[in-house]
Design a protein around this ligand. Structure first.
Ligand code: GUN
Ligand code: FE
Length: 424
């Protein structure tokens, strides 16, 4: 790939809440990795071609740490229900359609296109229980050049017949996908037990064994809804908490990093376990509003030293755009403050932006920033010059997050490779 040089208004968050703004600057990329940012290009690069994006913004590509590729068509449907009813009345049926690979090929292609269109260049993705369709998702993402962890969902109880696996089949097919897709540099397998209520102890134990055998990361759901938490207590009476179930079966960061979506209703013991095992929580604000799940006290978790990233959680969220998840995270933290004034100060835009770039990107390695040594993952953002022309760069950045959409994103890059250029 060699040397690439991009020029524009570069904005990124090297630390939570800290925005670095480099006006009309150059970013030098070698073999897909950021070499440095320069206002004036050093002489050694003087003869190299420069891709000049003019007044456009160059931001790190967005990272969605929790999304269900199989639920894109379901966005906006049945959202007057809470979690368990929403799963039973809508979601399981929608996912059952992925038993048909032809349907899956079309739906997953559309999902991948939509991710790129919205500026999401890395994602941790739930597929469904279906092996063949999940294989197609791996291949489609590889083809598009998107960075991803992809999980075949495991579930062997408390679901309808048409979406319930035999325990042994679930394990065998998961292992077959690992064998087939485990060596790609950008699209990798992740173990994906749906959530504790949909998995027998036997299945959870076997998935933990796979985590150990292959050193594979794990993603699941944790403490999203009070009824769900109570259900886990009934199903696993010998485990003191929901987190203890995953911990006991080796799914809580023991062998490789773990991602847990939601994490709203957590006890002190669980917060200690999460911290001690460096489990990363994924805040999914839009989903939490739609399913009336609750509000994650993000700042409280951050203050305890817990890592928190951002997820869309489509289709419980109706929005794949991470710019919208950033705004919702900020808005929800304000509501928490309004309704419970004892809560500490709301999140800032720069803090939520960090969660959706470098914070979440840490699950992938050196991703989500433009510091030296980071993967050049980027989105190029343009605005109407009649409005943007009168604004500072920070204001242009804020305006894009709040009022912009996919139409403002004119190109995306992963590791220096361009994914979806629509204009120069
Ligand atoms: N818990 C178990 N399955 C799901 C799902 O598909 N979406 C959400 N939001 N929570 C879940
Ligand atoms: Fe989810």
């Amino acid at each position: 790939m060699g040397l690439q040089i991009f020029k524009g208004n570069i904005i990124f968050a090297p630390a939570p809440g800290e925005l670095k703004i480099c006006a009309r600057s150059h970013i030098v990329v070698k073999d897909g990795i950021v070499e440095g940012i320069y206002e004036r290009l050093p002489e050694e690069y003087g003869k190299e071609p420069v891709k000049d994006y003019g007044e456009r913004l160059i931001l790190p590509g967005f990272v969605d740490l929790h999304v269900h590729a199989s639920q894109l068509y379901q966005c906006g449907l049945g959202l007057d229900r809470e979690l368990i009813d929403w799963l039973n009345d809508y979601t399981f049926y929608v996912e059952s359609r992925f038993s048909d690979p032809a349907y899956a090929r079309e739906a997953y292609s559309l999902f991948a296109d939509e991710l790129v269109r919205q500026g999401t260049v890395r994602a941790c993705i739930f597929a469904t229980i279906h092996k063949e369709s999940t294989g197609l998702l791996f291949e489609i993402l590889q083809e598009k050049g998107i960075g991803a962890f992809v999980g075949k969902v495991n579930m062997d109880r408390n679901c309808p017949d048409f979406l319930q696996e035999e325990t042994e089949v679930s394990i065998k097919e998961t292992e077959e996908l690992i064998a087939r897709y485990g060596r790609h540099p950008l699209v990798k397998p992740i173990l994906t037990p749906r959530f504790a209520p949909a998995c027998s102890g036997e299945l959870l134990k076997a998935i933990g064994d796979l985590a150990k055998k292959y050193n594979l990361p794990v993603q699941s759901h944790l403490s999203e809804n009070p009824r769900e938490v109570e259900w886990v207590r009934e199903l696993f009476p010998s485990h003191p908490t929901y987190s203890d179930v995953y911990l006991d079966f080796g799914l809580f960061g023991r062998y490789a990093p773990a991602l847990m979506a939601h994490g709203i209703y957590l006890t002190d013991r669980e917060l200690d376990l999460i911290k001690a095992n460096d489990v990363m929580l994924v805040h999914c604000p839009e989903s939490n509003i739609n399913l009336a799940s609750g509000i994650m006290p993000v700042r409280k978790w951050l203050n305890r030293g817990i890592r928190v990233g951002l997820g869309s959680d489509v289709g419980a969220s109706h929005n794949l755009a991470m710019s919208k998840a950033i705004v919702r995270a900020v808005q929800l933290s304000k509501l928490l403050k309004i309704f419970s004034p004892r809560h500490e100060k709301p999140l800032t835009i720069a803090e939520a932006f960090y969660m959706a770039t470098k914070g979440g990107g840490s699950f992938f390695g050196k991703v989500g920033s433009f510091e030296k040594g980071y993967s050049f993952d980027a989105v190029i953002v343009e605005d109407d010059p009649r409005i943007a022309g009168g604004l500072s760069l920070e204001e242009q950045f804020q305006r894009f997050l709040y009022t912009g959409d996919a139409n403002n994103i004119i190109a995306c890059f992963v590791a220096g490779r361009q994914l979806g250029l629509r204009c120069d």
